[in-house]
Design a protein around this ligand. Structure first.
Ligand code: GLN
Length: 305
């Protein structure tokens, strides 16, 4: 299969879509990013890489970070974690408050904001003030890249404007589903969201999920096979919030989006993919990114179905 040609076709076919969608302007530091950007990287298990577009541009990984924190928490707590965060799709927006109240402060899954905040809280209980360092180290090991860091401006911007996330964490604290100080948990959560990477770094960092929990390039075991299966299942059913069904229907791969405009996806036993384009659809997922992945699986036949 000529992946480079396929990437070129995709880049041409997404051109008319630049007019559509909207940048994540509820985070002021993200609002000023040039929306007319596209990058896509494919990483095969043997390390072969295919790139197209601005693949050197680093962007805020935002909710893609939830995959790594969930992996760390699942490793630490196993199924005990599910007492505090479920594994069902929410069918609601990523920052929704209503469902959380109906369900007594237990978030539906670890990929909506409330669920990711609880997940981060569980990491704080273990790693205390070293929690963010542990998250960042894990991502650096997964990507085999010690240069990965976070963007202070994006971090401060969310800290100043993240009112919905503060509402979520306060509600969960009142339901006794947050064990650490609200300020410590929310700071760690915003920091993990502001980690920046380019599409190739992100494709590297997620490759272990295409290979049963082991990074095939470093042989590093990041999680066992049974748990890697759970993470992929959750990416398929919950990775795109209330558009998870639409993503599964159109793309047919486990994937996770972030409001920074990135999406990661994996083809089991074959490859990881990362696509970046900042304009988002109504559910907060990269509009062009979703289309690019749909074109990719349609052209290659490489969906899991
Ligand atoms: N940091 C973002 C927020 O909490 C993450 C949301 C996302 O990427 N969907 O709102």
């Amino acid at each position: 299969m000529n992946y480079q040609n396929i990437l070129q076709e995709i880049e041409e076919e997404i051109q008319p879509l630049y007019k559509k969608g909207q940048i994540a302007n509820y985070i002021p530091a993200l609002a000023k990013i040039n929306p007319k950007q596209f990058a896509m990287s494919i990483k095969l298990l043997d390390g072969t890489t295919y790139n197209i577009g601005n693949t050197n541009t680093k962007f805020s990984i935002q909710s893609i970070s939830k995959v790594f924190t969930f992996t760390l928490a699942l490793e630490l707590y196993g199924r005990k974690l599910y007492k505090r965060v479920g594994h069902e799709p929410s069918g609601d927006p990523f920052n929704s408050l209503v469902q959380l109240e109906y369900e007594n402060g237990i978030p539906r899954n670890p990929f909506i904001n409330a669920g990711a905040i609880v997940t981060t809280d569980t990491l704080l209980s273990k790693y205390k003030d070293k929690s963010f360092d542990n998250i960042l180290d894990f991502i650096r090991i997964a990507a085999n890249d010690s240069t990965i860091s976070f963007d202070k401006e994006v971090y401060n911007s969310e800290l100043e404007h993240g009112f919905m996330n503060l509402a979520l964490i306060n509600m969960m604290k009142s339901y006794k589903n947050i064990n650490n100080e609200i300020s410590d948990v929310i700071q760690t959560y915003f920091k993990q969201c502001s980690i920046e990477m380019n599409t190739e770094q992100l494709a590297n960092s997620i490759l272990f999920l295409a290979n049963h929990g082991i990074n095939p390039l470093t042989n590093e075991i990041l999680i066992n096979e049974a748990k890697a299966k759970r993470i992929n299942s959750l990416m398929l059913t919950c990775g795109h919030y209330d558009a998870s069904g639409d993503f599964a229907y159109k793309v047919g791969l486990p994937g996770k989006s972030g409001v920074g405009g990135g999406i990661v996806a994996i083809v089991p036993n074959k490859m990881s993919i990362c696509v970046y384009s900042p304009n988002l659809n109504k559910q907060g997922n990269s509009l062009i990114g979703t289309k690019a992945l749909e074109l990719f699986t349609s052209k290659t036949g490489l969906s899991i179905f």
